[in-house]
Design a protein around this ligand. Structure first.
Ligand SMILES: Nc1ncnc2c1ncn2[C@@H]1O[C@H](COP(=O)(O)OP(=O)(O)OP(=O)(O)O)[C@@H](O)[C@H]1O
Ligand SMILES: [Mg+2]
Length: 365
């Protein structure tokens, strides 16, 4: 997929702007607080996902205005297409000029992956963030996975609720058995799918990481599972047995101590944990490799290569790593924001956009 044009009106600090993008690398540069990330945010919103800035819709409308409009033209499936979002009291979305039911409906046609400094929490943060990264990717690839996940969560809540009353009312045992059976059934599927996905992701991310680090370091992804078995057949039984074994302990904490909701994903660089021992540049490179790897896996499944939105990715990376991002992410359309004008001097091919106070002040041809 390739974005050709973006039009913004009253979006954040941007009054009115039109950008015509290049097919490969596009660098959006300028001083702090000029509107660079706002442009990437707009490009991201057409995926139908929430903003990576976790803000409310109304915050995207320019101060003292009642509405904002954003429109993108892009090439996908060999067709020129367009998507638009109008932010008023409510949001409305349009695909090829036709109103669609929700902004989420745009996700069928428009694919993007975003790296922003907040995503460093993928390495630095807790296991929940890593599970979410994996599960969200799986939901995009396999819509049934979302059902597994939501059923699993419901059963988890129900088991935990029963644990509370079980010691006073042992007649609840039958229900506990049912919820545990469901958890083992659904949970083993979740674990199997996650492992398969992470294997595919590792192939892609490791290759990208090797490029970024000029072949000097190796990235690996380890799934830390509650269960040791590698055998898919016996996983469910092992899970069920673990649930029964942990009942009395779980009754103390009113929580379920085993299962995929407790698993973690460890990112290793040259065999050691990136979270515990990685340098800032290594952690940044690892997140970037994971994000681009995610997009490659998705691209393979959907047949559409997503665009890559890289917000402030360059800081803390040495010149060699920066050069890889500028010149070797082939087949992608990339949008990079940066403050340092020296970066654009090193760009061999691509387009640059200088943003100042919410306006495009200079554009390379
Ligand atoms: N709804 C809004 N209306 C008007 N201005 C807004 C709105 N939301 C955010 N802004 C302003 O937009 C400005 C630019 O934000 P943005 O995050 O795009 O900057 P940036 O160029 O990426 O800067 P940095 O290099 O520091 O990341 C901020 O100063 C912010 O106050
Ligand atoms: Mg920014």
């Amino acid at each position: 997929m390739k974005v050709t044009d973006l039009e913004l009106a009253h979006f954040r600090n941007i009054d009115a702007m039109q950008l015509h993008f290049g097919e490969h690398v596009n660098i959006i540069y300028g001083e702090n607080a000029q509107g660079k990330t706002n442009i990437l945010e707009a490009l991201w919103l057409f995926t139908g996902m929430k903003s990576f800035r976790a803000s409310k819709d109304a915050e995207q409308i320019q101060f003292h205005q009642n509405e904002a409009r954003i429109k993108v033209s892009f090439l996908a499936d060999n067709l020129e297409q367009s998507a638009a979002i109008h932010f008023e009291e409510k949001k409305s979305a349009f695909l090829n000029e036709v109103k669609v039911g929700s902004v989420a409906a745009l996700s069928e046609k428009y694919h993007a992956v975003i790296f922003s400094p907040e995503h460093l929490s993928l390495i630095k943060g807790g296991p929940h963030q890593r599970r979410l990264f994996c599960d969200n990717a799986l939901c995009q690839i396999k819509p049934r996975f979302a059902q597994f996940l939501s059923k699993y969560k419901k059963n988890l809540v129900q088991r935990n609720a029963i644990l509370k009353d079980y010691k006073y009312n042992t007649s609840l045992e039958m229900m506990l058995d049912i919820f545990e059976e469901n958890l083992a059934q659904l949970g083993s599927q979740i674990i199997i799918q996650r492992k398969k996905y992470l294997e595919a992701l590792q192939k892609q991310a490791a290759a990208i990481y090797t490029g970024i680090a000029s072949g000097k370091e190796k990235l690996e992804i380890d799934y830390h599972c509650s269960f040791k078995t590698e055998n898919e057949e016996t996983l469910k039984e092992e899970f069920l047995a673990a649930l029964k074994n942990s009942r009395s302990e779980d009754m103390q904490t009113l929580s379920t101590s085993v299962g995929p909701h407790r698993d973690d994903i460890e990112i290793m660089i040259d065999g050691i944990s990136a979270r515990k021992f990685g340098s800032q540049g290594q952690q940044r490179s690892a997140v970037l490799a994971l994000k681009l790897g995610e997009a490659n896996v998705l691209g393979e499944k959907t047949g559409q290569q997503p665009i890559a939105l890289l917000d402030d990715v360059m800081s803390e990376l040495d010149e060699m790593r920066q050069d890889y991002i500028l010149h070797h992410i082939e087949d992608w359309q990339v949008f990079i924001t940066c403050c340092d004008p020296h970066t654009i001097l090193r760009l061999k091919e691509g387009k640059t956009f200088h943003i100042h106070q919410g306006k495009l002040v200079q554009e390379s041809t």
